[in-house]
Design a protein around this ligand. Structure first.
Ligand code: BJW
Ligand code: ZN
Length: 275
């Protein structure tokens, strides 16, 4: 496996570079901020003035389902007006450049901007805002239209948003765990790292040997866990980062193509195939 030139290296080892490099991305609300969707925490966050742990819980929904639905319906309508930004698109370019099966995108976001941008292998581990499910019979469907204040299922029970609240088990963990163990590059974009288990993925991937890269407008608390960290908006940093990686891939491929192959191009076969 070839590696990228040292000018992009800020830490241990070297960034693996080949179209079959196994790249896993973890995205959070920050990647959709430039699409006009507010993040959860911090200034202007969705939760400003509210503790998320008190709203995004099954207990809150049982206590006041109409209030929780108001919150989610407003976000569903905001999603109608939002479009993917340059950061979402850069991840599509990266996926398309890699060998099929080499790229996976784990997102904590419940918006569908990665999917709408064209990402193929997406694991929305905290659910999907466009979908609803029944609290009784388990019926599950995509509902894009405006919903009544308290939507109900054909069976008569209350519907809930198909999202993962605190205390509930995130989705796709059976698919995510092996990805973390096999990742060679683990790229973390726009997440505060406050919510587990997602916040622990970087440690798992790093412990398994992945090269770890961060993109955020703020420094990471666990900065030691990153081999490279790019401070800035995802919509600016990510396209540049991906362009750089793809350019480096092309350079490596050109070098490989121009390198004389022992015993084939020069007609001097070397027993043992040393190169
Ligand atoms: C930009 C940018 C730009 C801005 N460019 N960057 C005590 C200790 C440890 C854990 C626990 C504990 N007590 C309870 C727990 C577990 C709990 C937890 O983690 N709680 C913490 C609060 C402590 N977790 C759970 O309950 C989870 N389930 C669970 O653990 O089950 C047990 C289990 C585990 C493993 C296996 C099996 C079982 C469930 C968590 C569910 C989270 N749900 C939510 C709501 C989803 C629905 C909805 O959207 O409404 O998910 S909460 C909310 O936080 C949402 C997000 O996905 C999640 C993460 O937020 P995110 O994406 O990081 O957003 P922000 O706002 O925090 O950060 C934005 C970042 O972007 C910032 O860093 C900015 O700087 C940056 N940024 N603009 C780049 N332009
Ligand atoms: Zn039902």
């Amino acid at each position: 496996m070839a590696t990228l030139a040292p000018d992009v290296l800020q830490g241990r080892g070297a960034l693996p570079a080949g179209r079959d490099t196994r790249v896993v991305v973890l995205s959070g609300a920050g990647i959709s901020a430039e699409s006009g969707l507010p993040t959860f925490r911090g200034d202007g966050g969705l939760w400003e003035g509210m503790r998320p742990e008190e709203v995004a819980t099954p207990e809150a929904f049982r206590r006041d389902p109409a209030l929780v639905w108001r919150f989610y319906e407003a976000r569903r309508r905001a999603l109608d007006a939002a479009v993917p930004n340059a950061a979402h698109r850069a991840l599509v370019d990266l996926e398309r450049a890699l060998t099929p099966g080499s790229f996976a995108l784990i997102t904590q976001n419940v918006d569908d901007l990665h999917q709408r941008a064209g990402s193929q292998t997406v694991f929305p581990m905290h659910g999907e805002l466009r979908k609803v499910r029944c609290t009784a019979c388990g019926a599950f469907e995509e509902r894009r239209e405006e919903l009544p204040a308290l939507p109900t299922c054909d069976c008569g029970a209350v519907l809930r948003p198909h999202v993962v609240w605190f205390g509930e088990t995130p989705l796709f963990l059976d698919r995510i765990t092996p990805l973390l163990r096999r990742a060679q590059v683990f790229l973390v974009v726009g997440t505060s790292g406050h919510v587990y288990p997602a916040a622990g993925f970087i440690f798992e991937a790093r412990a398994a040997g992945a090269w770890t890269v961060g993109v955020n407008v703020e420094e990471a608390e666990a900065d030691w866990a990153y081999d490279a960290f790019h401070l800035g908006k995802a919509g600016s940093v990510l396209p540049e980062l991906v362009r750089g990686w793809l350019k480096a891939l092309l350079v490596i491929e050109m070098q490989e193509a121009l390198r004389p192959h022992d015993g084939v191009t020069r007609g001097e076969a070397t027993p043992g195939g040393a190169s």
